[in-house]
Write a protein that binds this ligand. Sequence first.
Ligand code: OGA
Ligand code: MN
Length: 294
Amino acid sequence: MTIVIDRKHEHFVGEVSGIDCRQAVTKEDGQLLNEALDQFGVLIFRKQAFTDLEQITFSKIFGEIELAKGGNVTKDKDRRLDVQMADVSNLDKDGNLLGRSDRRRMFNLGNRLWHSDSSYRVIPAKCSLLSCRSVASSGGDTEFAFMPAAYDALDQDTKMEIEELVTEHSLLYSRGQLGFTEFEDEERKAFAPVRQRLVRTNEFTGRKSIFLSSHIGSIIGWEIPEARDLIRELMEHATSQPFVYRHSWSVGDLVVWDNRQCMHRVRRFDDASEPRDMRRTTIAGTAKTVPQSN
Ligand code: OGA
Ligand code: MN
């Protein structure tokens, strides 16, 4: 089979055909898909009915799996999936819907804010692979925004102003935006802010992008309100229609996105009434974007 990639949006998103992701992938095809991810930012694969193990195995063509620890408020004993998978569903370990006021549900609503996965980690994630196992009857689309195009469209003064800025990211900040502020001491420790560059350069394409995420709560050396004002403005620009692709899910879809170059968010659906089973593998990044210091 020969891999073919069709562009789905003016700026990004490739739909990949000619590959069965459940079969072993050759080294050449693995390299081709990594380069495609650099170029397209988002890759869509259809009709890939994975088992969890098949998804984990395929994911490794992109790098090392980032373990799903320290990124949510679900206790280890309550996990539904292996620690190599992030549970993006609305289900508990017995497959029942999380209750309306369940703390885990409240926390997971944070996925409705634009973000880059694991930007709250010292080494932020490279990419995410999200497999659709069941869909909601309406809503629950996922939107993606392409940051190199958003960067290119900034005026020269703004580009110069943000070039060297360093931001702080934390799950405390993104959840705080929804009014979720009741964290246990252990969680506050685990979710301590980390530093990230605001402008990143893709090593393969050489393109710059704005490294935005709702996890951002401050800019080093700036007053909080002025930092949040700038971030809000950049967010509004970067998620405006020209830079956004919306994916409507079918069971068996696999979408891979580059967290170094894209943000994403899930749109509203009736998550307290209907199951939506999405399983994510995450590939770890390889380097910090800036040195950390306290
Ligand atoms: C994710 C996420 C989007 C969705 O998997 O990282 O933010 O569609 N979820 O559930
Ligand atoms: Mn996410």
